[in-house]
Design a protein around this ligand. Structure first.
Ligand code: ADP
Ligand code: MG
Length: 459
């Protein structure tokens, strides 16, 4: 038996014992036997990610199969092999070319229909697989996401994706919903943040509409809840979500959750929920490496038709490593800066910008006071206006924008924001943040305003 025949035999056996998605993700076309000598078998994988994964999770199973087929006790070595294409290249199909717009494939009517359903599902049409860059830091999460989008509720249920702020969790989850909708005419997808879920539940209880609330969430074929960590410590929400989860799960519906940390690290999360979250597929997203950062910038630049010299892209990818959101934000602010100065983007401009940013301490967080001061200045109002209870529109907006920035950019808890702004009840803050979050998606004007404030905050 040669090494290829050996591996073919192993693969055939694995296919019988693994779920299809697992098999496709980890084995099919992703592995080979590199060498086989004196009971030492080297298994080549398409990436270091696959290698680590196989070594950690499949070592025992692989060894058992190999020992049986070769009738000897083998030592297994896992390595990265250049002969097996990496996942990113394994699918060179047009479908996943980040630069090819999916919109051209479909008729206008078809496109509008999908868009309508996406909007009804709360999905942001600009977050798709097509413009999601895949690399070692998110390969696993991406592979699982794709498998789910193609075949919901089959192999990975629930799917729990976790990772730091701005690393693409929300983008990935929207992509699943969008792709799944496109594939199936009748599929019902529902996306919401755990904050929105909580708000809606409270409202439903107050208005005696819990039945409608339940029908809505339990009627989804794919339920996507973003930032699930926020339900921790909230008794009623956890209770309600537990039943929603069970109901969906029992009916074979797909559940997708995201969090900034793994279930085990979410404190004040009920044990019964934790064990359910851990019962499916868990994948993390790490910070992108420098090559990936460059790819993300390039894709962004091409899609927006920006004119940015290669050396600037290179420099930014090298320098801004915190998150994809920071990377995109920095690019945007540099472009804005160039527009204000009426010059083009140059390496010098980019460097100056970064140095300025470092001047105020790159990585050191803004303080709540800085945000408050700036907002008061910006809208020409007093701190007492922000902290007060007046419902005048000219005060409500700045107040909500303050809540939004404190939550989104500084990552403060709702309770702390409530305290800071002299609100008795943190649900007021939840509403405020949610309101701006939604409006920013819809209104270009508001988005511009928030970005303008941000550019002043960060410069
Ligand atoms: P998270 O939910 O993890 O905080 P988001 O999904 O909101 O992060 O991502 C922040 C920004 O970065 C979004 O604009 C998103 O499109 C972009 N982004 C993140 N990861 C990627 C990626 N792999 N490819 C392209 N864009 C990305
Ligand atoms: Mg998110």
């Amino acid at each position: 038996m040669d090494k290829k025949t050996l591996w073919d035999a192993v693969i055939t056996e694995l296919q019988l014992s693994l779920s299809n998605a697992n098999f496709q993700t980890w084995f099919k076309g992703k592995t080979e036997v590199v060498s086989w000598q004196d009971s030492q078998i080297e298994i080549g994988c398409n990436s270091s990610y696959t290698r680590d994964w196989l070594e950690q999770r499949y070592h025992g199973q692989l060894k058992a199969i190999l020992d049986r087929i070769t009738e000897s006790k083998n030592t297994l070595i896992f390595s990265v092999s250049k002969n097996v294409p990496a996942v990113v290249n394994a699918k060179p199909s047009k479908k996943f070319d980040p630069l090819a717009s999916p919109l051209f494939e479909d008729s206008e009517a078809e496109r509008l229909k999908v868009l309508e359903r996406a909007t009804a599902a709360n999905l942001n049409p600009s977050y798709t697989f097509e413009n999601f860059i895949v690399g070692p830091s998110n390969q696993l999460a991406f592979a699982v996401a794709q498998a789910i989008a193609e075949n919901p509720s089959k192999a990975y249920n629930p799917f729990f994706v976790y990772g730091g702020v701005g690393l693409g969790k929300t983008h990935l989850m929207h992509s699943i919903g969008q792709h799944a909708l496109k594939q199936r005419d009748k599929l019902r997808v529902l996306y919401c943040t755990s904050e929105a879920f909580t708000n809606e539940m409270i409202e439903a209880i107050q208005n005696r509409r819990t039945k409608e609330f339940r029908t809505k969430y339990r009627g989804a074929d794919i339920l996507i809840i973003d930032d699930i960590q926020f339900i921790a410590g909230r008794e009623t929400t956890q209770e309600e979500f537990f039943h929603t989860f069970n109901d969906l799960y029992a009916n074979g519906k797909q559940i997708i959750l995201s969090s900034d940390r793994p279930p085990a690290d979410i404190s004040k999360l009920e044990e019964r929920l934790r064990s359910r979250f851990e019962g499916g597929m868990i994948a993390d997203i790490q910070q992108p490496d420098v090559d990936m950062r460059e790819a993300i910038l390039l894709s962004k630049i091409r899609r927006q038709n920006l004119d940015i010299p290669q050396e600037v892209i290179h420099y930014l990818a090298q320098t801004v490593s915190s998150s994809v959101r920071d990377l995109e934000g920095t690019l945007l602010r540099i472009v804005t800066q160039a527009e204000i100065n009426q010059t083009s983007v140059s390496l010098e401009l980019a460097k100056n910008f970064i140095v300025q940013k470092q001047g105020r301490g790159l990585g050191t967080k803004l303080s709540p006071k800085e945000v408050l001061d700036l907002i008061c200045n910006y809208f020409n109002i007093r701190q007492s206006d922000i902290k007060g209870a007046s419902r005048l529109a000219k005060l409500v907006l700045p107040r909500q924008v303050t809540m939004y920035l404190l939550r989104k950019d500084l990552g403060l808890q709702f309770e702390s924001i409530a305290q800071l702004l002299g609100k008795k009840d943190h649900t007021t803050v939840m509403y405020g943040v949610e309101k701006i979050d939604k409006s920013v998606e819809k209104s270009e004007k508001l988005r511009g305003l928030v970005e303008d404030i941000r550019s002043k905050l960060y410069n």
